[in-house]
Design a protein around this ligand. Structure first.
Ligand SMILES: NC(=O)c1ccc[n+]([C@@H]2O[C@H](COP(=O)([O-])OP(=O)(O)OC[C@H]3O[C@@H](n4cnc5c(N)ncnc54)[C@H](O)[C@@H]3O)[C@@H](O)[C@H]2O)c1
Length: 293
């Protein structure tokens, strides 16, 4: 059986632990939080998972390390130095970072050839995508092994050709989020209304075809060139950007719409997971029947 060390047991680390465990891995978790045993118990129930008091101990026998600490470059650099020192020389060292460059995380690290970003979408136990981002020193073998590991978890790894801040998914998300905050700040729509727009249009569409294939279909039989000449020719307005000094105005509205605190979080996260499973199941059934044809 292979062993994964999960470093950092917040929202993302706990969900990775669930996924690796449920695919037959031995899981060791390390996190300095004092309530570690309680949060692991509450989140992962009866699963047989080892808790460790230190990063060095957690990675000592790991085949794969998935790091999920706070998104601060100095801290990640420090944690990866400790990981590289203590982990077996064959271990693959992945960070869940949402936007940091792997070259920055691995700066001065003797194991830089085994460091990469394995960026999930929340929650990693359910969301299939993992972006694999190499730094300039990441070896091809590291990318291949990581690709195979995430595939074996029934996930969908996508290799980026080289590093860029925010990778692909979060650059797209940032562009969309900036416009969403702008529209709410301008009083054009409220947060729940904007979420309804997304869920019933772009969210649903992009779960099946993505922006490029969707655009090619949007132009009818003449495809993307027709769409660009027709609808696209009028999309000449500038996009907005939110006033960063007034973000609280939007946060207040989001909290009023969806509630705050552990119980509201638990209920909404469970509902999101139920709906996500249903969509994934429906897509999988359809893909299976297409593969048979
Ligand atoms: N939340 C998301 O939607 C999301 C999605 C994809 C990737 N990520 C990335 O995953 C990582 C974790 O994000 P999160 O949302 O789970 O954060 P979080 O705040 O929920 O959890 C971070 C955890 O790291 C722990 N920690 C602090 N110092 C540590 C150390 N020295 N060693 C080990 N653990 C330490 C904290 O105690 C905490 O439990 C970040 O790099 C983030 O960019 C987050």
């Amino acid at each position: 059986m292979s062993t994964v060390a999960i470093i950092g047991a917040g929202v993302i680390g706990l969900s990775w632990a669930e996924l690796f465990h449920d695919h037959g891995w031995d899981v060791v978790i390390s996190d300095p939080r004092t309530d570690l045993a309680d949060v692991v118990g509450a989140s992962l129930g009866e699963r047989d998972i080892r808790l460790s008091g230190s990063v060095e101990d957690a990675v000592a026998h790991a085949d794969f390390v998935q790091e999920n600490g706070p998104e601060r470059i100095e801290l990640k650099r420090e944690v990866f130095a400790a990981i590289a020192e203590a982990a077996p020389a064959s271990a693959i060292l992945a960070s869940s970072s949402s936007s940091l460059l792997p070259s920055a995380i691995a700066e001065g690290n003797a194991a830089a050839d085994r460091v990469l970003i394995g960026h999930p979408f929340n929650p990693p136990a359910l969301m299939p995508l993992v972006e694999l981002v190499p730094g300039p020193e990441t070896s091809a073998a590291t990318m291949d092994i990581a690709f195979d590991v995430y595939s074996s978890l029934d996930h969908t790894p996508v290799r980026l050709k080289r590093e860029i801040r925010g990778f692909v998914g979060n650059r797209l998300q940032k562009a969309l989020n900036d416009e969403a905050y702008y529209l709410v700040q301008q009083g054009i729509v409220d947060p729940a209304g904007l979420d309804t727009v997304m869920k019933n249009s772009l969210g649903l569409r992009w779960a099946t075809v993505g922006p490029f294939e969707g655009g090619h279909l949007g132009g009818g039989p003449d495809g993307i060139r027709h769409l660009a000449a027709n609808v696209g020719s009028q999309m000449t307005f500038p996009l907005g950007s939110p006033d960063r000094s007034r973000m609280d105005v939007v946060f207040d509205q989001v909290e009023t719409a969806y509630g705050t605190g552990p119980e509201a979080y638990r209920v909404r996260a469970q509902r999101r997971d139920r709906l996500t499973r249903r969509i994934l199941d429906a897509v999988a059934v359809q893909q299976k029947s297409e593969a048979k044809r």
